[in-house]
Design a protein around this ligand. Sequence first.
Ligand code: HEM
Length: 125
Amino acid sequence: MNYRASLYELLGGDEGIRRLVEAFYPKVQKDPLIGPLFPDNIEPVMEKQYMFLSQFFGGPSLFSDQHGHPMMRARHMPFPITHEKADAWLACMNEALIEVGVEHELRLFVIERLSGPAHHFVNTD
Ligand code: HEM
């Protein structure tokens, strides 16, 4: 693995992040634990996630440019998030990474990188 490249580059840049987000949300919607938290019209959520993950993985600051400071924990406060839900979110992301063909080592690294934030967003038992 090229450790100097950003995760954004390693995941295939703009096109790669789009494909990842498009693979991720159908899994989220089907998940019995977290699916019900999301609106039927998932398009706006996908767009925000594409902008956020681009930035989070070291690409262009698309999310902040349009929506200001991410404050992601605060943005998740309206939704009851347990550790089980954080794990369900990460499992969907893991499946999405497999689906878009991200290789094993990079996939584990990406999941590790997202585990901190996911469990940090837990706001209820
Ligand atoms: C821990 C489990 C998580 C759950 C259950 C969860 C759930 C949700 C829900 C219900 C929304 C709102 C959808 C709507 O607009 O109605 C949302 C928005 C969002 N989530 Fe998560 N999320 C989780 C973790 C994460 C993680 C780890 C990230 C990124 C690292 C993330 C990034 C986002 C972004 C960027 C938005 C859009 C925020 C906005 O409206 O500005 N989420 N999430």
